[in-house]
Ligand binder design. Structure first.
Ligand SMILES: O=C(O)c1ccccc1NCC(=O)[C@H](O)[C@H](O)COP(=O)(O)O
Length: 200
């Protein structure tokens, strides 16, 4: 999200989380201002290889409740962040998936983050607008709750509802570019339709 009026419009749909991209190269780069949102929406800072100081500073500036790490942040980096942040701040570690994705990679991250987010591997660190083959998730070896992401739009509703019927611990669906009028400007009506049709 990027624009104050649009942030409020989408906030009125009461998503569980709302993301703000703090990666300067993104067309969705967020630099404020951030209007007051309903308390239950977890404001989430999305970072790509940012420093600990940068993350801590944005958390305090925008009163964020969650951090989404979208770069090559190491286990040690996540551990240090976890040690620094208040316990209530959620850490979501992103993994970019392709058919060769090695799920053993996840193991050392189990104790240093709260959620895994699976996005599609693409040219950009995020917001590529393409889906990956969710069949690879059949190899998911963990019980840690998952954010499912990557190219999810209205056309994917049936697929999302199918995967929600499986035993995978899918905790949230993360959507982005397929609901945009332009970069960072979301289509409230389409998001509303999506939310109504997802069988969580
Ligand atoms: O959206 C961006 O511009 C972006 C840039 C750098 C890192 C992450 C970014 N977006 C992260 C997200 O949370 C997206 O929701 C996720 O990558 C899925 O995006 P999309 O494929 O467009 O649905």
């Amino acid at each position: 999200m990027k624009y104050p009026d649009n942030i409020l419009q989408v906030g009125s749909l009461l998503p569980d989380y709302m993301g703000f991209i703090f990666w300067e190269k993104s067309a969705r780069y967020f630099d404020g201002p951030l209007p007051n949102l309903p308390q239950n929406i977890k404001k989430t800072g999305v970072f790509v290889n940012a420093s600990q100081e940068d993350i801590v500073s944005k958390l305090s500036q925008y009163d964020l409740q969650a951090v989404q790490l979208h770069g090559h942040e190491s286990v040690a980096f996540c551990q240090e962040l976890k040690n620094t942040l208040a316990k209530s701040i959620e850490i979501i570690k992103v993994f970019s998936v392709d058919p060769e994705f090695d799920f053993d990679e996840l193991k050392p991250f189990e104790t240093v983050c709260d959620y895994f987010l699976f996005d599609t591997k693409g040219k950009l660190p995020g917001g590529n607008g393409t889906t990956f083959d969710w069949k690879v998730l059949e190899k998911y070896p963990s019980q840690k709750p998952i954010f499912l992401s990557g190219g999810i739009g209205l056309d994917e509703i049936d697929l999302v509802n199918e995967i929600l019927k499986t035993d995978l611990p899918i905790y949230a669906i993360d959507v982005n570019s397929k609901f945009e009028i332009e970069a960072g400007l979301k289509n409230k009506e389409e998001l509303h339709r999506f939310k109504q049709k997802i069988n969580f």
